[in-house]
Design a protein around this ligand. Structure first.
Ligand code: CDV
Length: 319
């Protein structure tokens, strides 16, 4: 018997600097309604879904950036998402900027069930960008200024969702998808569905060398497809897309199966729902054959993965 979960990726078009959370939340509720009509049982929203991608904006005084953060989840402003989940009998995944009661700041995602319970929380580990204003850059990327490195690891939860008694679900956020270590930590917990949201500029703004624009999407898909295949899991990669105050974010949201195949893909750079029936039993083939970790992994040869951060030069052959 197959275990089918109908999953929606709810891509968001741009959110402008001047637009409030009410605008974003209303659009997200509309996307949840569209997803429910198409039979979705779980809706995945992007990274930092409630506001414009604010790490491109520099605040000299760190506290000024607090206006981008949520101190409670749900809050008055996000309550309509929780109400819609209940009304439509949908789970949802939401990325947002979290300010804890102790005043700590994280780039966070939560997984919420139709009863409004937060089943899992993840805080982004791989923060790209820089902490200080960089005059060489046309556009800033200040994640290292505004967020702490996530302190929850890469957790997986087994929980009922849709019509299924238990699904192994995990999360990563944007830049994490480029790091095989993140995928493997989830794979080692038998994850069956990885949810990840992203805000990725259509152009490389780092001013460190030329990167052909078409490779931006290629690298995103390559990372998600490889991660899903090598860990025998479904993956949902959901973009914020389009031009935010002149800064383009590529869309190309995808749903990927455990063979690494794209089974649904967004075609616009705007609000868009894509849906796929994910038969979670498809995860079994990979994890009982080529990626049967218990039989084939060799952690004794992987010491450098956790023992070392940066790369070192190899010994020189002297003949
Ligand atoms: N929000 C991100 O993490 N964006 C990065 C960009 C800076 C490359 C990404 O990996 O998509």
């Amino acid at each position: 018997m197959s275990r089918i979960l109908t999953v929606a990726a709810a891509q968001l078009g741009p959110i402008q600097l001047a637009e409030g959370r009410d605008v974003a939340v209303a659009r997200m509720v509309a996307l949840m309604e569209r997803a429910a009509k198409r039979g979705a049982e779980l809706v995945v929203f992007p990274e930092l879904a409630l506001t414009t991608f604010f790490p491109r904006h520099y605040h000299e005084h760190r506290a000024e950036a607090d206006r981008w953060f949520e101190s409670a989840m749900p809050s008055n402003e996000t309550a309509p998402l929780f109400a819609a989940a209940c009304r439509l009998n949908l789970g949802f995944h939401l990325g947002y900027a979290e300010r804890t009661p102790e005043g700590r700041h994280f780039n966070t995602a939560v997984l919420v069930n139709p009863s409004g319970q937060i089943m899992l929380k993840y805080r982004k580990v791989h923060l790209p960008g820089h902490a200080e204003f960089d005059p060489r850059r046309a556009v800033q990327h200040l994640e290292k200024r505004y967020f702490e490195v996530g302190d929850l690891g890469f957790p997986v939860i087994r929980a009922p969702i849709g019509g299924l008694d238990g699904v192994n679900m995990g999360m990563m956020i944007c830049n994490d998808r480029r790091w095989p270590e993140a995928w493997r930590v989830l794979g080692l917990q038998r994850v069956e569905l990885v949810m990840l949201g992203y805000n990725t500029p259509a152009l490389n703004q780092a001013a460190a060398g030329f990167e052909a624009p078409h490779l931006r999407v290629f690298h995103s898909h390559l990372s998600i497809q490889a991660g899903a295949y090598q860990n025998a899991t479904f993956a949902v990669g959901v973009a914020k897309a389009g031009s935010e105050d002149g800064n383009e974010l590529f869309g190309h949201s995808i749903i990927v199966n455990p063979q690494g195949e794209i089974i649904a893909q967004a075609a616009s750079w705007d609000d868009e729902v894509i849906v796929a029936d994910c038969d979670l039993d498809m995860c079994r083939l990979g994890r009982t054959t080529i990626f049967a970790f218990g039989q084939h992994r060799r952690p004794e040869a992987y010491g450098r993965i956790t023992g070392q951060v940066g790369a070192v030069d190899p010994p020189v052959f002297t003949g």
